[in-house]
Design a binder for this molecule. Structure first.
Ligand code: UD1
Ligand code: CA
Length: 452
């Protein structure tokens, strides 16, 4: 099939400088959801009609399999589809989608297109409790006769609850013919795509009405409130799918997945967590409340405690992170390692069994196995121009409040005394300390306040 996606409209009610179809649902543009669902149907041609917002839309979503057609000015949905005609192949039907209707199930679309393959005009319709604003499906003797826009409808027509979702499929040569016959003689002085229904009926072509399984499949975004509503529907569906697959969620209404989340067996996720990009959680992993994980992999049995932020990190088997830990890109934690509260790590490999339990910054570092990093340890990795690496070998013990001025190396089994500022390598198995010797001044007296 050909697929045409209408995305030229203004989106006035968003009150935004961003074109409506670039507003995000689950962290990516509305239009990218529509394109992804369209792709699932393996179309021969995909054309996006853009207009409002200019090149911003094609620039944001350019892809090899997409053609872009400019509609300027925007003179209605029929006029929009006309812009796509040069791109369409006549031997397959054409499916028309809206760039601001992001949640239609590809299975529904496949079901819709079937009659168009056999020469019919196929409409996706839905019965709405409140049909205000929508085009009404007018039937006679059960058969669809025409669509009347709300603004053009009389009282009797406005009482109809079956509405046009806007999504439809048509045989392509017929679509060309019907579009050529449109006029803008209506309340909005627009070329209505919906007028092709009456044209088809006049030719004796059958018009079918397919209904989706769920009403939300047809919901579009016209306002921020509708966008938020669709976000919750989408998130809830993802949560339901996770639970269906065996994941324990403290509250399926308080999780946000903006990308993909793959989970092993017996994973537990507490409330308020956000998953971005590609996140993989192994079996037995638990994620505490209010964590953010982006492009991160967590191995079996690891625990991420409350309020931790992980970005492009790899957490090893049975490791423990947080509460209040920050793992920045390039952090790799070994098996059974611990990263505790107020510890920040970046581009660091922490070996198996190593611990940084409190208040530390470890960046650009290679840390061996069974290392203990004391509270207040800082790798001074940046000289204002370049980043330098710190190497800490196996079984080292880094005393509290130590600064490691990189590049520097701490040998295997070395101990650094608390408060050390390490500017040269520390030898293996020895105590290294840089600290002014403690002295007590004999006979010293506190100054006394002068009287009078
Ligand atoms: C349209 C239908 C109406 C249906 C409703 C469902 C027509 C005439 N009416 O209403 O029957 O119930 O959708 O939401 O088709 N667009 C363009 N170029 C334009 C105009 C619109 O690309 O010149 C795009 C918009 O970006 C949007 C879609 O077409 O994605 C629908 O436009 P919108 O104005 O929301 O729909 P209506 O015309 O109100
Ligand atoms: Ca609309």
């Amino acid at each position: 099939m050909n697929i045409v996606i209408l995305a030229a409209g203004k989106g006035t009610r968003m009150h935004s400088d961003l074109p409506k179809v670039l507003h995000t649902l689950a962290g990516r543009p509305l239009l990218s959801h529509v394109i992804e669902r369209a792709r699932a149907l393996t179309p021969s041609r995909m054309v996006v009609i853009y207009g409002h917002g200019g090149d911003a839309v094609p620039r944001a979503l350019a892809a090899d399999d997409l053609a872009w057609a400019l509609q300027s000015p925007q003179r209605g949905t029929g006029h929009a589809v006309m812009q796509a005609l040069p791109h369409l192949i006549d031997t397959v039907p054409t499916l028309i989608l809206y760039g601001d209707v992001p949640l239609t199930d590809p299975a529904t679309l496949a079901r819709l297109v079937q009659p168009a393959t056999d020469g019919a005009l196929a409409l996706l319709t839905v019965d709405l409790a409140d049909p205000t604003g929508y085009g009404r499906i007018v039937r006679e003797g059960g058969a669809v006769r025409r669509i009347v826009e709300h603004k053009d409808a009389d009282e009797a027509t406005r009482a109809i609850h079956e509405v046009n979702t806007g999504i439809l499929a048509a045989p392509t040569p017929a679509l060309r013919r019907w579009l050529a016959g449109l006029s803008d003689n209506n309340a909005q002085r627009e070329y209505y795509l919906t007028d092709i229904v009456a044209a088809a009926v006049a030719e004796g072509v059958s018009v079918t009405a397919t209904q989706p399984e769920h009403e939300w499949e047809t919901l579009g975004v016209n306002s921020r409130a509708q966008l938020a509503q669709l976000e919750r529907i989408h998130q809830r569906r993802q949560a339901d799918a996770l639970m269906e697959a065996g994941v324990a969620l403290a509250d399926p209404d308080r999780i946000d997945i903006r990308g993909s989340l793959a989970c092993g067996r017996d994973v537990f996720i507490d409330v308020g967590c956000v998953f971005e990009g590609k996140v993989v959680l192994g079996s037995g992993v638990s994620i505490g409340p209010n964590c953010v994980l982006r492009d991160t992999t967590v191995a079996n049995g690891a625990q991420i405690l409350a309020f931790s932020h992980l970005d492009s990190a790899v957490v090893g088997t049975d490791a423990r992170v947080g509460p209040y830990a920050r793992l920045r890109p390039g952090t790799e934690l070994g098996e059974g390692s611990h990263v505790g509260n107020f510890v920040e790590m970046k581009a660091t490999r922490l070996g198996p069994g190593s611990k940084a339990n409190h208040l530390a910054y470890v960046g650009d570092a290679e840390v061996g196995a069974r290392v203990n990093i004391g509270a207040g340890t800082i790798t001074c990795n940046y000289d204002g121009v370049n980043k330098h690496r710190t190497v800490i070998e196996d079984d080292a013990f880094i005393g509290s409040d130590t600064q490691l001025v990189a590049p520097v190396r701490v040998g295997r089994g070395a101990t650094l005394g608390a408060g050390t500022t390490l500017t040269r390598d520390a030898p293996a198995d020895r105590l290294t300390v840089s600290r002014a010797r403690q002295t007590t001044i004999e006979g010293w007296k506190r100054p006394a306040r002068n009287k009078g």
